[in-house]
Design a protein around this ligand. Structure first.
Ligand SMILES: [Mn+2]
Length: 205
């Protein structure tokens, strides 16, 4: 099989981020250095459970303001590096659907690498949306991250958080694990479809 790997470097006035990815990895050869310890932990979980070998380095950021730009730009770079590594998307399963529980909290990710960027976050208990305001991370940040990721990957991504916890860490961790599992499914090559772009249109942009 042709190696499905990519390296992306993105520089703006706000951030400078570099990412290297091997989709057909093992998940335990990652090096995540975002400067946001919480996000390092989440992205490492995502890559581990998705069996992706991922290196991600935030070379410059403006976290002296807050993590807003850095969080969003990491989502952009991560989406772009997957898109580039998937190239014409020939043979992939395209759809993925996975859930991950953390205690009573269940995160479900349903995704379609359709070429169209769309993101919807369904939170059963919307009182949770602003919880975590005083913490390093929040569900608002998670929403921005996933929106950037979905748009730049060119995927429809719907995430549902059931029985959300008061603990931000629990909620966000369940989502990143579910995303890793769902994206692993969607990016796998189905041998029955080898060399065929999985769309009746014949292309996926
Ligand atoms: Mn944890």
């Amino acid at each position: 099989m042709i190696p499905r790997q990519a390296t992306i470097e993105r520089k703006s006035k706000e951030t400078h981020i570099k990412a290297s990815l091997n989709i057909d990895g093992r998940g335990d050869r990652c090096d995540i250095r975002t400067g946001i310890a919480f996000l390092d932990h989440m992205i490492e979980l995502f890559a581990f459970h998705g069996l992706f070998d991922l290196k991600l380095e935030v070379i410059k950021s403006d976290t002296a303001i807050d993590i807003h730009h850095t969080n969003e730009d990491i989502g952009i770079v991560l989406g772009k590096v997957f898109k580039q590594a998937l190239a014409d998307k020939a043979g992939i399963r395209r759809f993925g659907c996975a859930g991950a529980p953390m205690e009573a909290t269940v995160a479900r990710c349903v995704l379609d690498i359709s070429g169209r960027g769309y993101f919807k976050f369904n939170i059963e208990n919307d009182k949770l949306v602003n919880n975590g305001e005083k913490q390093e991370y929040s569900l608002n940040y998670l929403e921005h991250f996933m929106e950037s990721f979905a748009h730049n990957l060119g995927a429809t991504l719907c995430i549902t958080l059931q029985n959300g916890s008061d603990d931000v860490h629990t909620n966000v961790e369940a989502v990143f694990k579910a995303l890793g599992l769902a994206l692993d499914q969607a990016t796998q090559v189905d041998p029955r479809r080898e060399g065929i772009v999985p769309s009746t249109k014949g292309i996926i942009d």
